[in-house]
Design a protein around this ligand. Structure first.
Ligand SMILES: C[C@](O)(CO)[C@H](O)COP(=O)(O)OP(=O)(O)OC[C@H]1O[C@@H](n2ccc(N)nc2=O)[C@H](O)[C@@H]1O
Ligand SMILES: Nc1ncnc2c1ncn2[C@@H]1O[C@H](COP(=O)(O)OP(=O)(O)OP(=O)(O)O)[C@@H](O)[C@H]1O
Length: 309
């Protein structure tokens, strides 16, 4: 008697968003990327990515923030799956994404889904990928993708894909102000170059003061060290963000920056109660589209569920 081939149970991976606590942008490299020195923190806004064996490759997107995310081969999650297929000859999967990370907001939502898909496929098809293999696949998909697998707080160099651990104490509380529309990451880097107007830019070096601040666990210390070299470019493309940053500070944030390439803005607050107060004040002010509270650091992409029935 022959038995039917075993179909593995679907796997769900939860993956966080990121904020750059420091984003130092160096010169444009010959390959078009910019040399970076950045410190990432994973924060508790999540996408859930479920990967299931299927007759054909596909992706669907749901949730309150699903608008504008492609449900075709342009989706970074599906691109991640097809990349794995070129290396491991796996059978097709359907990917279902529930989006809780703002889209095109500078919080690496697409990269997060790619990271989650790599972790989910590793589990679904028992690929037994080691950390280095996962990181190699991740960096092929995008500069932010390796960090979304690692999570926590980490330093990124190269084009952002080379990670090193950072000693960070405590939990930090954030309020994120979501903006109308998104910003294209390449357009923000191009605007950064335009604003720099060929000036000589040194190779970026991480700031010792930020590392010390992270070791104290004190949000006041960290707030003083938040910085983002892309902020001027984001503000140049989206002047309305200046008003949001000013409002956040006026309503009690310890520090505020544009998140990555924007247009989401990130506000560091004293504690969870201060986060509620700021979220209420920003919402009432009418200058932001929506707000989300989160804390960090949190874990990178991890399996939360494999159906066993
Ligand atoms: C702004 C950040 O989110 C900060 O962490 C990242 O630097 C962007 O990372 P990402 O979205 O994963 O970006 P990638 O998919 O690798 O690259 C998209 C585009 O962003 C620009 N890019 C990205 C990373 C980098 N170090 N230099 C760049 O100039 C390039 O135009 C590139 O073609
Ligand atoms: N799974 C996905 N989730 C979100 N956007 C996706 C996805 N796949 C492809 N995209 C496309 O990528 C664009 C950028 O979306 P994403 O949310 O990754 O931006 P981002 O957060 O600014 O990225 P980053 O911070 O890495 O620069 C979207 O406008 C969308 O068209």
């Amino acid at each position: 008697m022959t038995s039917a081939p075993l179909v593995p149970a679907p796997v769900t991976v939860r993956v966080p968003a990121k904020v750059n606590l420091e984003l130092l942008v160096g010169p444009r490299r010959p390959d078009g990327y910019h040399a970076l020195s950045t410190v990432f923190q994973a924060v508790s806004l999540y996408d859930d990515v479920t990967v299931a064996a299927a007759a054909d490759w596909g992706v669907t997107v749901s949730g309150p923030l699903a608008a504008g995310v492609p449900e075709n081969g342009d989706n970074l999650a599906l691109r991640a799956a097809r990349l794995v297929e070129t290396h491991f000859d796996i059978d097709p999967v359907h990917i279902a994404i529930r989006k809780g990370i703002p889209v095109a907001g500078g919080m690496a939502g697409g990269s997060a889904d790619a990271a989650a898909t790599l972790v989910a496929l590793d589990h679904l098809w028992d690929l037994d990928l080691d950390r280095e293999e996962l990181e190699d696949l991740a960096s092929e998909l995008g500069s932010d993708v390796p960090f979304l697998i690692a999570g926590g707080t980490a330093m990124g160099s190269g084009r952002g894909e080379l990670l090193a651990p950072v000693l960070a104490r405590g939990t930090y509380h954030w309020v994120f102000a979501l903006a109308e529309g998104g910003l294209s990451t390449p357009a923000v880097y191009a605007e950064c170059d335009r604003l720099r107007d060929d000036e000589d830019v040194p190779d970026p070096v991480p700031t010792a003061a930020l590392m010390s601040a992270l070791r104290t666990g004190d949000p006041h210390e960290l707030a003083a060290q938040l910085s983002n070299d892309l902020q001027a470019a984001s503000l140049s493309l989206r002047p309305d963000l200046a008003e949001v940053l000013a409002a956040g500070m006026e309503y009690g944030a310890l520090g505020g920056i544009v998140s990555g390439s924007g247009p989401t803005t990130a506000f560091l607050v004293e504690n969870s109660e201060a986060g509620i107060d700021l979220a209420v004040a920003l919402t009432a002010s009418g200058v932001v589209r929506d707000v989300r509270r989160a804390s960090g650091p949190v874990h990178g992409a991890h399996v939360i569920h494999q159906r066993t029935d």
